[in-house]
Design a protein around this ligand. Structure first.
Ligand SMILES: [Zn+2]
Length: 462
């Protein structure tokens, strides 16, 4: 009896100390408003220990973006009904004073209109129109420091006439006015996109290996089908190349927008775990079949680096733009696989070489690792850095490919080096360290790749 009681007590203690309710996120939006409202509810914490972190970057963006500038009306709520104003800290976070009041809720607003006006690169900002709200998770959702690994229940509330779509659970059959999502953790919540409003069109592409969707704003049905066909072709080519598809589903998110100023740039796209976002200037002619390379590249990122990556990429330090040593791999390996291996684009090698030749000295004299560290915050803001990184990565991949094929008499290729990295991450469930990359690729191909590897580590010019 005593034993049983003790056992029973242990179970209770265990539950008290470790059971964590999912964090409740609620997003409210009234069409026509510039702002969205966000609320986070969590198990009580002392006010003086809470930091509400607002992300300053996200995996694969390689840029520092001050999303905190668009956050306002930050309030903490105590269990006794008191409200504490959020105060901006010495970084990208808010604090709630030094009392030991117990807080279990914070709320804040995000000015979507101001975000779009201030951020000139359309791929970094969320958008609000009279019939549309398009949100990039990391541009609007903050988190309580220390709770980023916890499960989340997200509820979205908007006008009853507005359908809601998320890349978390894509479906042509959308809920109107309100919907909720169970999310594994903060990283998954903010990797996703959220599209709502009467202006959003969604189609499912038939005959794909996995559920494949196009969700778009301000496009004609024709465009959607064209995008869907190009997406399907990309998925089929990548599935054939890698031999498997790791994504449970995939969504191509397209925004066709009237530029809000001549300075705003609609050229960049962004990859996510199970989706990509593309932004197009509606005043320019659009032909979806010309997006094959772009879609192939961004969808290819769902294999690498999204499911095999170096340190700094994941887990991600959200309140800074972390230094990453392997951007050349993240970008260059998929550039090589998609344009050289899959599309067999003959001119691409020379273009990568010319990107190295025409680079300024401050880029040429950097080692591969040094250039990647520089690109961690300035990949696209000086795109000569970005182009040099993916070009060096792609040319390294090419040299590896030639050597592997020669040494194995065509039995193996660069693809086996990539599959080796992907398999390694699946087994080890962590980021690979810099010094582990070459041995993983050498082992998976059975070819000593150290000489080619060492050659590409050095600067282009001394
Ligand atoms: Zn890319």
């Amino acid at each position: 009896m005593k034993k049983i009681t003790l056992h029973f007590l242990l179970i209770i203690c265990f539950n008290i100390s470790f059971a964590q309710n999912p964090i409740g996120y609620t997003l409210d939006y009234t069409p026509g408003s510039d702002k969205i409202n966000i609320e986070l509810e969590f198990d009580t914490l002392n006010a003086d220990s809470i930091k509400l972190i607002i992300p300053r970057s996200a995996p694969g963006t390689y840029i520092l973006t001050n999303y905190l500038a668009f956050i306002d009306d930050v309030v903490g709520y105590t269990t006794t009904g008191k409200q504490l104003s959020g105060m901006i800290g010495d970084g990208s976070f808010f604090t709630f004073g030094d009392s030991n009041d117990l807080l279990n809720k914070v709320s804040y607003t995000v000015d979507i209109q101001k975000m779009e006006i201030d951020l000139l690169d359309a791929s970094t900002s969320s958008k609000a129109r009279k019939d549309y709200l398009g949100l990039l998770g990391y541009s609007v959702f903050g988190f309580i420091e220390g709770l980023e690994a916890e499960a989340i229940n997200l509820t979205i509330n908007t006008d009853p006439s507005w359908p809601i779509f998320s890349t978390l659970r894509p479906d042509t059959d959308r809920q109107y006015g309100t919907d909720s999502f169970e999310v594994e953790n903060y990283a998954v919540l903010v990797d996703a996109q959220y599209l709502m409003g009467e202006g959003v069109l969604v189609i499912r592409v038939e005959e794909a290996q996995i559920p494949l969707f196009v969700a778009a704003y301000a496009a004609t049905t024709n465009d959607l089908e064209g995008i869907g066909n190009t997406g399907l072709l990309s998925l089929q080519k990548l599935a054939y190349y890698f031999g498997y598809v790791p994504m449970p589903h995939y969504t191509l998110v397209y925004e066709f927008l009237k530029p809000i100023s001549a300075r705003h740039d609609y050229g960049f796209n962004m990859e996510h775990l199970n989706s990509m976002t593309a932004h197009r200037d509606i005043t320019q002619e659009y032909n979806p079949s010309r997006d094959l390379g772009t879609i192939l590249h961004h969808m290819g990122h769902s294999w690498m680096p999204l499911r095999s990556y170096g340190e700094g990429y994941r887990p991600f330090a959200w309140q800074v733009a972390p230094l990453i040593e392997t951007i050349w791999l993240n970008e260059g390996f998929i550039w090589y696989a998609s344009f050289q291996n899959i599309l067999e684009n003959d001119g691409i090698l020379n273009w990568w070489k010319s990107n190295l030749d025409t680079a300024p000295d401050f880029i040429k004299t950097k080692t591969l690792k040094e250039l990647s560290l520089l690109g961690s915050t300035q990949y696209a803001s000086d795109f000569r850095i970005g182009k040099n990184l993916f070009s060096r990565g792609a040319l390294l991949a090419h040299d590896l490919d030639v050597l592997i094929q020669k040494e194995t008499k065509g039995e193996k290729s660069f693809k086996d080096a990539m599959l080796g990295l992907l398999k390694w991450t699946e087994t080890n469930k962590r980021a690979f360290k810099y010094h582990e990359i070459e041995p993983i690729m050498s082992e998976s191909t059975g070819v000593d790749l150290s000489e080619v590897w060492d050659k590409w580590q050095r600067p282009i010019k001394h």
